[in-house]
Design a protein around this ligand. Structure first.
Ligand SMILES: NC(=O)c1ccc[n+]([C@@H]2O[C@H](COP(=O)([O-])OP(=O)(O)OC[C@H]3O[C@@H](n4cnc5c(N)ncnc54)[C@H](OP(=O)(O)O)[C@@H]3O)[C@@H](O)[C@H]2O)c1
Length: 410
């Protein structure tokens, strides 16, 4: 049963196009949540809380064993991804000690940096830049229907909370209507700009001047550069290769200006990528697609790997939320028990363990913290394969449904 609060959240998008909210929340079954009461190992927990527990020595042992540098190295299970595609960043950088910071509390913003997800590694893109493997999305549940309505302080608060919880990779877009709120949240969170990874996207359905749209996005965000600028979807081109190629050339010009460190695409199929690769001077750094076990897109991810294009996955929790119940429920529950996490972390780990960036979102601080537990385990290659195989028994698309025939799983 969904609670009233869950019912009021527009996070089911069945029947709607794109990553805009809509649909009936009652379609969606809440996934079971397994909280391991005995070992509430929160990587952001504060030492003071730990010392108050009778199992403090156990925690300390676990902490030391878990976070020594050699263990960090083993936390990036990218064996399923060709080596040329990724290179793990060094998680124990000068910032990473923040995982142990004890100074930050909900009320203390001044003087102390928010804690960071130092244990969440990054993926090295084909242009040498690094993108954190876990991102916080400003679309779907955070989408603002009227971009011209006054700034929404509640939305700003939610995003500030996400940043303070350690989500430094922020996935925005022109069409989410909330670039202003994202910009304000970035300022209020007090995290130095260079520590954040900010993406925005030009509308994928509207025909418009790219440079003007980009400058407007920067203005709304209050930033002088973004880490990543994407073409949200290929649909504006109406199948015209020339239009796709021209738009990509516009992004290349923006990249050359230094105002977008990486450029890429979203919702592109192989044919769309092939079209721009014919004339591209820069290979797209990434293709952001709906990706979960019930929508694996045939050979698309292999095509990305072949061309050095990274993949980022939106809707990574689909199998446990909007597409549940499904054939994977038992497997997710079993693996969640094995690793002492919730099915959500198993769903995220299945994405990340393939060298794919996962984009999620939540209004719940508790959930956001829970998802950081992905840093504490990894799936075995066999488990990844099992999920992939069982996932093929069901097909489900949650976004951009009006662009595909009901039996088209490309
Ligand atoms: N490029 C595109 O076309 C495109 C399309 C879609 C999305 N995106 C990007 O990807 C981001 C993430 O997409 P997404 O929202 O589909 O991600 P998701 O991770 O699949 O779903 C997140 C949603 O699920 C809910 N949720 C999380 N854990 C749950 C649980 N255990 N049980 C029940 N509900 C749970 C969250 O709501 P609570 O607040 O209740 O936790 C949140 O609304 C978007 O915000 C956007 O930035 C891009």
């Amino acid at each position: 049963m969904l609670t009233d609060v869950e019912r009021s959240r527009p996070w089911s998008f069945s029947g709607k196009s794109g990553d805009l909210p809509g649909g009936d929340p009652n379609d969606v079954k809440a996934a079971p949540t397994f909280i391991i009461e005995a070992v509430v190992f929160d990587i952001n927990c504060e030492t003071s809380r730990l010392t108050n527990t009778s199992i403090f020595p156990f925690f300390m042992t676990l902490l030391l064993r878990t976070f020594r540098p050699s263990t960090f190295r083993t936390l990036v299970p990218l064996s399923a991804t060709p080596k040329h595609l990724y290179q793990k960043s060094t998680p124990l950088s000068k910032n990473s000690t923040a995982a142990y910071q004890t100074s930050h509390t909900a009320n203390s913003n001044a003087g102390a940096l928010p804690k960071q997800m130092s244990s969440i590694p990054s993926l090295k893109l084909n242009d040498g830049n690094e993108i954190p493997f876990l991102g916080y999305g400003l679309g779907t549940a955070r989408y603002k229907p009227d971009p011209n309505s006054p700034e929404d302080p509640e939305l700003v608060k939610t995003v500030v909370q996400a940043i303070k919880t350690g989500y430094y990779h922020l996935d925005g877009a022109e069409v989410y209507g909330n670039e202003k709120e994202l910009g304000t949240a970035i300022k209020e969170a007090g995290v130095p700009r260079e520590k954040l990874y900010v993406t925005t996207k030009i509308s994928g359905t509207k025909v418009q001047n790219t440079q003007e749209a980009f400058e407007l996005s920067l203005k709304k965000l209050g930033l002088d550069y973004v880490d990543q600028y994407l073409i949200h979807a290929p649909y504006f081109a109406n199948g015209s290769e020339a239009d796709l190629q021209a738009k990509w050339a516009d992004l290349e010009a923006i990249h050359a200006s230094g105002k977008a460190k990486s450029i890429g695409v979203s919702n592109f199929l192989q044919k769309d990528l092939e079209a721009i690769l014919k004339t591209a001077k820069i290979i797209p750094a990434i293709n952001q697609i709906e990706y979960h076990p019930y929508l694996q897109h045939g050979d698309l991810v292999d095509f990305h790997r072949k061309h050095g294009i990274a993949t980022s996955a939106y809707g990574p929790l689909t199998a446990i939320i909007r597409a549940a119940p499904g054939p994977l429920d038992g497997t997710y529950d079993e693996l969640a028990r094995k690793y002492g996490v919730t099915p959500g972390e198993i769903a995220l780990r299945w994405v990340i363990d393939q060298g794919i960036v996962a984009l999620t979102t939540s209004g719940s601080e508790q959930r956001l913290k829970q998802y950081q537990k992905i840093a504490l385990f990894k799936l075995t290659p066999k488990e990844i394969e099992t999920i992939s195989e069982i996932g093929k028994k069901k097909n489900f698309r949650g976004f951009w449904k009006d662009k595909f025939a009901p039996d088209d799983w490309s």
